[in-house]
Unconditional design. Structure first.
Lengths: 87, 87
């Protein structure tokens, strides 16, 4: 039987990497107009609560996924706010 | 002590509702040009594996979140493919 954490880690890599093109595009073009700040703020809060949840369950793949996702989402929010100030 | 599943359900509502404006916008405008099919396909696969993971752990809030997210992402993918065919 395979360890369920392996499934979790594959899931983590897929769901976190789905955010990367968006972050990379904003970074490269320095244009965050198409990104919704309210959507990412709600997402940030949601992922933060999932992080609390996963730390409580002590599940390494979930903690990993939520930490990486929070870093990516924070970067997108940071770039969005920065581009708003510049415009 | 509060039940960790309550935290999970609040997290579930936040992370799933973050996808709704995107789905609703595509539905309303019938325009899915701005959406990346590859990103949503990777996300779909990732969420599917999280669903397997959450069923294994028998965690109601995680199962709920992943089922709802899969429905929303499938709808976005469906609208994207439909709008591609029409263009």
């Amino acid at each position: 039987m395979i360890d369920i954490e392996i499934i979790g880690f594959i899931a983590a890599i897929l769901t976190t990497s789905a955010y990367l093109p968006q972050a990379f595009k904003i970074w490269r073009t320095k244009n965050a107009e198409s990104v919704s700040l309210s959507m990412y703020s709600v997402m940030f809060l949601g992922i933060f609560l999932w992080l609390v949840y996963s730390i409580y369950l002590k599940r390494p793949s979930m903690i990993f996924a939520n930490v990486i996702t929070i870093i990516i989402i924070s970067t997108i929010i940071f770039l969005k706010i920065k581009s708003k100030k510049n415009s």
